[in-house]
Write a protein that binds this ligand. Structure first.
Ligand code: NIG
Ligand code: FE
Length: 413
C-alpha cells in the first residue's frame, strides 16, 4: 500500500499515544498518511514499499510533529467584544460584580442577540482561521450568549454550518445555563423550566449539540440547580460538561463525578475530595490557565495534584470575549507551563489526547497512531520543549487535516 503523504526526517514526533510515557516522543522519524488516516509512524526512514511517484513527501528536518491540537473548551460563537471592561478590571472590580451590574456575559448576550447568523458566522470564521494557523484542528464550541430560544438556536446552527464549511472540526455544546437572562432576573426556576420545555428538547431533536454545559457558580446556577439541569440533559441524551469550581468552591468536581460528566472544566477551587472523585469516575479535567491569568485570580487549577491523583488533565483556551479572548493554544501553553508548572510533554498531551478524551473523541483524534485521523501539525521547533520555551510567537509551519495540507508556511492554503 502506497502512502498519500509522508513526513520524513522529523527531529521529534510527539505521538501522544495513550500507552506511552509523557508525549510518546519518537526521535528522527517519519509519519505516513493514507486516505486521510495515519498509516504508520516510526523512527528512521520509511520503507520504499510505501512510497511511489504519487506520494507527497514533506521534509521535516529540524522540526517537530504533533497531533492536530484539540481545543476542548471554547465559546466560539458570540457577538461583539469587551475591551471596554478593561478599566473596570484594572480598578479591581471583581468578575462576578461586573456580571451583577448587567455587564460581563450579559453584555455579550446583547451583542449576540443583535447580530445576524451571517454576522456571527463571519466573526467565528475569523477565529477558526486563527485557530487553524496556530495548530488547532478540532474545537469544542459552546452556545450560551443567546439564552433565549432564537439566539441559542441561531448560534448552534452557525456552529453546525461552519463545521461543514471549515477545515476545523467543531463539536457543539448547548450552554443555555451560562447566565440568567434579564427577562428571567430573579426567577432562575422560570428560566430553567423554559430551557427544559422549550430549548433542550429542540436542540436534542435537531442534533444541534452533543454536549450540555452548565455554569455552576455563586450567583449563577447553584449546585442543586446544576444537578437538576444535568439530570434533565442526561435524560435527553446529552453528554455532560460543567464549569465547576471556577471562582467559588461549590463542590462542582464532586457533582461532575456524581453525574458521570465527560469533563469538568476550570476547577481552580476544586477540593481534594473532588479531585479524588474525578479520578475514580474518570472525569477529564479541562484546565483553562489563560482564564486564571486574564481574571488576575493569582492562582491556577492544581493540575499537578490532579495528575498525581490519576486524573486525566486537558488544557484549553476557554476562548470567549470576557475571560480569555485568545484563539491560540500556543499562548495557553505559556500559562500551563509557568502558571500550572506542567512540563511541555504534559502540555502537548493535554492539548491533544487528553483534550480528545474531554470531547469523547479519543478513538478518532488526539494521537499519532495507525487508523486515527491524519490531523497533524509540523512545528518549526526542534523539540516539544522548544515550542513552550520560546513563547509568544507562532511556531506552526504546516497543518494537515484529514491527510490534506491546510496550512503551509504559516498561511492557509
Ligand atoms: O468560561 N465562566 C463562564 N463563562 C466563561 C466566561 C464568559 C464571559 O465572561 O463572557 C468562562 O470563563
Ligand atoms: Fe468557559
Amino acid at each position: 500500500m502506497f502512502a498519500d503523504l509522508i513526513i520524513i526526517n522529523a527531529s521529534n514526533i510527539a505521538t501522544c499515544a495513550d500507552n506511552q510515557q509523557g508525549a510518546g516522543i519518537i526521535e528522527n522519524g517519519y509519519v505516513a498518511v493514507k486516505d486521510g488516516r495515519i498509516l504508520e509512524a516510526a523512527a528512521g526512514s520509511p520503507s520504499q514499499n510505501i512510497i511511489n511517484s504519487d506520494t507527497e513527501v514533506i521534509d521535516a528536518m529540524g522540526k517537530t510533529v504533533t497531533p492536530g491540537l484539540v481545543d476542548a473548551h471554547t465559546h466560539l460563537v458570540h457577538g461583539g467584544s469587551r475591551e471596554k471592561e478593561l478599566p473596570l478590571k484594572l480598578k479591581g472590580v471583581p468578575y462576578l460584580e461586573i456580571l451583577k451590574m448587567g455587564g460581563g456575559i450579559l453584555s455579550s448576550v446583547k451583542n449576540t442577540r443583535d447580530a445576524s447568523k451571517e454576522q456571527l458566522k463571519a466573526k467565528a470564521l475569523k477565529s477558526l482561521n486563527q485557530m487553524l494557523v496556530y495548530g488547532t484542528t478540532t474545537v469544542e464550541a459552546k452556545s450560551g450568549y443567546g439564552l433565549d430560544f432564537d439566539t441559542e438556536v441561531k448560534c448552534l446552527e452557525a456552529a453546525k454550518e461552519l463545521n461543514g464549511e471549515h477545515a476545523v472540526d467543531i463539536i457543539s455544546t448547548y450552554m443555555g445555563a451560562h447566565a440568567i437572562p434579564q427577562e428571567f432576573k430573579g426567577d432562575t426556576q422560570g428560566y430553567m423550566d423554559f430551557m427544559f420545555e422549550k430549548v433542550m428538547p429542540y436542540v436534542a431533536d435537531n442534533k444541534l449539540a452533543e454536549f450540555l454545559d452548565v455554569f455552576c457558580e455563586d450567583g449563577v446556577f447553584s449546585p442543586e440547580e446544576s444537578r437538576t439541569i444535568m439530570q434533565k440533559a442526561k435524560a435527553l441524551g446529552f453528554k455532560l460538561k460543567i464549569h465547576a469550581d471556577e471562582i467559588v468552591p461549590l463542590q462542582g468536581a464532586e457533582l461532575a463525578s456524581e453525574m458521570g460528566a465527560v469533563s469538568a472544566d476550570h476547577l481552580l477551587a476544586a477540593s481534594d475530595k473532588g479531585i479524588e472523585a474525578m479520578a475514580k469516575a474518570k472525569v477529564t479535567a479541562v484546565t483553562l490557565p489563560g482564564t486564571s491569568f486574564y481574571l488576575m485570580l493569582g492562582k491556577y487549577a492544581q493540575a499537578r495534584k490532579m495528575i498525581d491523583a490519576g486524573v486525566r488533565v486537558a488544557i484549553a483556551t476557554d476562548y470567549n470575549p470576557g475571560t480569555s479572548p485568545t484563539e491560540s493554544l500556543q499562548t495557553i501553553m505559556s500559562f500551563a507551563c509557568f502558571g500550572m508548572k506542567l512540563t511541555p510533554e504534559e502540555i502537548i498531551k493535554g492539548m491533544t489526547l487528553n483534550a480528545a478524551y474531554a470531547l469523547d473523541r479519543q478513538q478518532e483524534v488526539g494521537s499519532i497512531e495507525k487508523g486515527k485521523k491524519a490531523d497533524l501539525v509540523i512545528f518549526d521547533a526542534p523539540n516539544v520543549d522548544y515550542i513552550v520555551y520560546h513563547y509568544g510567537i507562532n511556531h506552526v509551519d504546516t497543518v494537515i487535516k484529514n491527510g490534506k495540507i491546510v496550512v503551509k508556511n504559516r498561511q492557509i492554503v
